[in-house]
Design a protein around this ligand. Structure first.
Ligand code: BG6
Length: 492
């Protein structure tokens, strides 16, 4: 049994809107995640709004096609609870948290930069110095422990003013604002940050355009345009990064999971193929460099006409992502047969797979998923890959003595890491790293809950925002430390 390459980037991943807090501190502006309420497995998260003429307030379901009533704009409403505002309070506790990561031996820490902390309104002429200073302090702290930051420029958040003033990413002006933001931080953190990602789970535009692109009008035309604008912005970011320093690497980030057909009915296989196209369209463009024929045909059928500039396609082709990163938590099983029971999935609902276990949120844990995902993506693009999210949400219980025995998490990670090891050792996939999702407990993106915990470190906070925010190590903390120490050889 072989291990992993010697410079393999083991670590953990977080996102500002779920982890950082300090939502109105240090000159930060409001972003789209700051107007999202908490929910649960049965109650959806909502986006709150205010009518600018009457002052009346209301809300709409966040993970869906958000559309605001006439004269209403997304807004923070008094008396509502917004999990992003404090989250896990990394803003004030980054030293303690990075020390935990250092103790586990992390080689990489994926975090997202809060765009509105750098450009509070998104379209500002100058960056917010205090915001830049905060991440300087974070990256300096990482350096102390030899941890390489991997920074997502936009993880499910857009400065709220870009939604209010411009309608979000369906407006081409966002390309320029993002380019300016990317250039500013690439230059400012040159020498401190080598690895960047542009948009988290860019394909989420299909299902949740407000979350993925701050869209206030989710028509199919606008979603297609917003995706195009993000592709052009990503290409411009790659170009800018390489011009600043050729060692900077800018990756794509895709939400990916293997999709299985529930039956051998050819119609089920066709369903799998079409669902795969919906996901892979995003990597075909951003990593592959071309709009695929299946998507162009779809746009034609649906009467979608993109507003493009002549250089868009040249940029997309020339400045593809340096590497492809993705999230993968399990697999989805689908069918055209309506009598099969439904089960939950990672934003892509499927049916219950009798061979797989699910967690309390209905997510199917699949020991083979990483090997399958890695092979599919490597065969298609032949570019280095990076698993930037994988993990399991669980309502961990703290014992009287403060210990947390998360054996289910260790078991899940063991199987997943083995699967990833097979992809490297048996199949020869070029894999750069693995950052386990939510390495320190944070707010769930899907439900806004705190109790859907992923971390190696427990954070004392509940779904209503109560708790001391005190940190405690779980059993998985010690297990992962050993995994890193042995470079993935000892998974027992
Ligand atoms: C990914 C997102 O889809 O899944 C993360 O990039 C998210 O932001 C993660 O937290 C897990 O999903 P959830 O809903 O359990 O938080």
């Amino acid at each position: 049994m072989e291990g992993f390459p010697k410079d393999f980037l083991w670590g953990g991943a977080t996102a500002a809107n779920q982890y950082e807090g300090g939502w109105n501190e240090g000159g930060k502006g409001v972003n789209t995640a700051d107007v999202m309420t908490a929910g649960s497995i049965t109650v959806p998260r909502r986006v709150t709004y205010r009518n600018v003429k009457t002052g009346e307030t209301g809300s709409v379901v966040a993970f869906g096609n958000v559309q605001f009533p006439k004269d209403c704009i997304p807004a923070v409403i008094d008396g509502e609870y917004y999990p992003s505002h404090v989250a896990s309070d990394f803003y004030h506790r980054y030293k303690e948290d990075i020390a935990y990561m250092g103790e586990m031996g992390f080689k990489a820490f994926r975090l997202s930069m809060n765009w509105a902390r750098i450009f509070p309104n998104g379209d500002d002429a100058e960056p917010n110095k205090e915001g830049l200073k905060f991440y300087d302090a974070v990256f300096d702290e990482c350096k102390k422990y030899g941890i390489e930051p991997l920074v997502t420029l936009s993880h499910y958040e857009t400065p709220l003013q870009l939604t209010i003033k411009y309608g979000g990413w369906s407006n081409r002006k966002c390309i320029d604002f993002f380019e300016n933001y990317a250039k500013t931080v690439f230059k400012h953190y040159e020498g401190k940050v080598k690895y960047w990602l542009t948009f988290n789970e860019i394909n989420c535009m299909e299902f949740a355009p407000f979350v993925a692109g701050g869209l206030s009008d989710p028509s199919p035309q606008n979603k297609a345009q917003a995706a195009h604008n993000q592709f052009v912005a990503s290409a411009k970011a790659v170009k800018a990064a390489h011009e600043i320093n050729e060692n900077i690497k800018v990756g794509q980030m895709l939400a990916y999971q293997p999709i299985y057909a529930y039956t051998c009915d050819p119609n089920d296989q066709l369903k799998v193929m079409e669902m795969m196209q919906t996901t892979l369209f995003y990597s075909d463009v951003q990593t592959g460099g071309h709009y695929p024929a299946y998507r162009l045909k779809k746009y034609k059928r649906e009467g979608i006409v993109l507003d493009t500039e002549p250089e868009d396609f040249e940029l997309i082709e020339k400045y593809t992502a340096d590497f492809l990163s993705f999230s993968c938590y399990g697999s989805t099983t689908v069918t055209t047969h309506e009598d099969v029971a439904k089960s939950g999935g990672n934003f892509m609902m499927g049916v219950k797979n009798p061979y797989l276990e699910t967690n309390a949120w209905g997510w199917a844990t699949d020991p083979a998923c990483l090997r399958i995902a890695l092979n599919t993506l490597y065969d298609r693009y032949h570019k280095p890959l990076w698993i930037v999210e994988n993990g399991i949400g669980w309502d961990d219980k703290k014992e009287e003595d403060g210990s947390i025995h998360d054996t289910y998490r260790i078991d899940y990670l063991r199987k997943n890491i083995k699967s990833m090891r097979d992809a490297v050792n048996i199949d020869g996939v070029d894999l750069m790293g693995y950052t386990m999702w939510g390495c320190i407990d944070l707010v769930s993106a899907g439900t806004g809950e705190m109790k859907k915990r992923y971390g190696f470190v427990y954070v004392d906070r509940d779904d209503l925002g109560n708790g001391t925010l005190e940190r405690s190590k779980k059993d998985s903390f010690y297990w992962y430390k050993k995994v890193i120490e042995t470079n993935g050889k000892d998974l027992d």
